[in-house]
Design a protein around this ligand. Structure first.
Ligand code: MAN
Length: 348
């Protein structure tokens, strides 16, 4: 494939961003939503911060109080065998997530050429309220007219829900409430009405029966979502056999809606693939990538906070090339240009 990663990837790295919480370090700058705003390309970065681990016998874990929003540091003894500390992202207790190791919020990086980005000095959106007390993550940005709809994962002890915020200027962000209750994430709203309806991809995580797979829903007004339909499932033993979810906001092409999605295999290796959806009825799948359009192969994709991950929340169509921005190894932001014809070659 004539895919070409940006020459100076990663384009935003942890040392480009100063922490906002005292005695914290930035451990990830990744999974950014993407928007064109005036003359700028905006990346709405997920910034993950972690307390500086100053005590070798304890893990210091950040949470915001569900009653007053204050930052609290929980100390967990490394010798405490009630906890499973083997995953860099989460601390588990009896198979469930007891804590996340970092606290995420959203921060803007701006660029005039789409390649060199400058990170804003302060945050754009901080976690707010009890449903966001473990952080906000993985935003997707959909422009509809002058408004930009941001869908993001809101994490708390109540689970992972889907929050929505609207902005016109990337200065003030108005939350419009929870779009979908737990557990759901990877929501991307289509950028226009189709046959009189708005559409969104989403990814529920069924517990007793079923798997984390992609669904599609409709709305008359971007507030009430219904007519949920299952879109695509896991493919056992393949690159997308473990979990799948929407990635970039779907892009209109002559051939159909191009929805770039992530697929992980049973070993948590994350790749990106593509779906082609009917222009008039996006619940109808025309084709799906047999093989990934991007796999974690570069050094910064293989090694990092959580290695072997490429994960996109936003892409642009430049003529007949997709410019995809993506989080690499849950740590940094990278970019890649992929000709549309190469993406279509993976479809069947
Ligand atoms: C997974 C990963 C993490 C994320 C948690 C909570 O473990 O996607 O990046 O922090 O879920 O959403």
């Amino acid at each position: 494939m004539a895919l070409s990663r940006f020459a100076h990837n990663p384009i935003v790295a942890t040392n480009d961003v100063k922490p906002i919480y005292p005695d914290f370090q930035v451990v990830g700058v990744f999974n950014a939503g993407v928007a064109t705003f005036g003359d700028e390309i905006i990346l709405l970065l997920r910034v993950a911060e972690m307390p500086i681990q100053s005590d070798e016998d304890q893990v210091l874990v950040p949470v915001l109080s569900e009653t007053n929003g204050e930052l609290e540091i929980v100390r967990i003894a490394r010798s405490d065998d009630r906890y499973d500390l083997s995953d860099s992202r989460v601390i588990k207790q009896r198979g469930k997530f007891a804590y996340l190791t970092s606290l995420s919020y959203l921060r803007i990086a701006r660029s005039s050429d789409g390649i060199r980005f400058t990170v804003d000095p302060g945050p754009a959106m901080l976690p707010d309220g009890p449903l966001e007390s473990w952080g906000i993550e993985d935003p997707r940005i959909t422009q509809i007219g002058r408004q930009y709809y941001i869908t993001y994962s809101a994490i708390s002890s109540k689970g992972v829900s889907v929050g929505v915020a609207v902005t016109e200027d990337f200065v003030t962000f108005a939350r419009t409430g929870t779009m979908l209750p737990p557990e759901n994430k990877d929501v991307a709203i289509f950028p226009e009405k189709i046959g009189g309806s708005y559409y969104a991809l989403h990814r529920p995580v069924p517990k007793a029966i079923g798997s984390p797979e992609m669904w599609i829903a409709q709305s008359p007004d971007l507030v009430h979502w219904g007519r949920h339909r299952h879109l695509i499932g896991l493919r056992e033993g393949q690159w997308d056999g473990g979990r799948i979810g929407g990635g970039a906001v779907p892009i209109r092409t002559h051939e159909g809606w191009l929805a770039l999605y992530h697929g992980a295999d049973e070993t948590d290796r994350y790749c990106m693939g593509a779906l082609l959806l009917d222009l008039a009825d996006p619940a109808r799948v025309i084709a799906r990538s047999r093989v990934p359009i991007l796999e974690p192969e570069a050094e910064y994709e293989v090694n990092g906070f959580f290695g072997r991950v490429v994960f996109s929340c936003g892409a642009l169509l430049l003529d007949r090339t997709i410019r995809m921005y993506y989080g690499a190894a849950d740590e940094a932001m990278a970019g890649v240009d992929i000709p549309l014809t190469d993406i279509f070659d993976t479809l069947h």
